[in-house]
Design a protein around this ligand. Sequence first.
Ligand SMILES: [Fe+2]
Length: 170
Amino acid sequence: MMNTAKPGKIDNDMDQAGIASARLSENAEHDLLANEDILELLNILLEAERAGARAVQVLSKQTRDAVTGETLQEIAVDEGRFCVMLNQHINRLGGRPSKKTGDFFEKLMALEQFDDKLDLLDRGQSWVVRKIRGALARIGDEKLHADLLDMLKVHEINIKSAASLRKADW
Ligand SMILES: [Fe+2]
């Protein structure tokens, strides 16, 4: 009796597990961001990148140190490149690219000390990394996913580059 009961229970457990995993994948599909949520995210990132591009561009011209200027210039080029990428995806997905510049620019310009500016830059770039990391799994569009992953990786590299400028004479 026990022997016939056990396989039945196992079969039942397996059925339950099958149902549970089917539910999980169904939920994963439901967890994908809706187009309007993706557009909202892309516009938030676009405003942040525009602010970043402008701020880093200005910083690169304020420095007297050639290496610092060059590094900041390279970061500004990346930020500008991501603005173009985000604009293109927003248009492709039927949205309207925001023309606003994030308040990050004004905040960074208001600071006087170079290290304080680097701190704020680091916080801004880290925020972008967290924002993308939190959304990637919920983006089904392959091209957008690949471009945001690239943006995430480049930001991680640029955060390290900016950190290396801390002791530079600017
Ligand atoms: Fe950025």
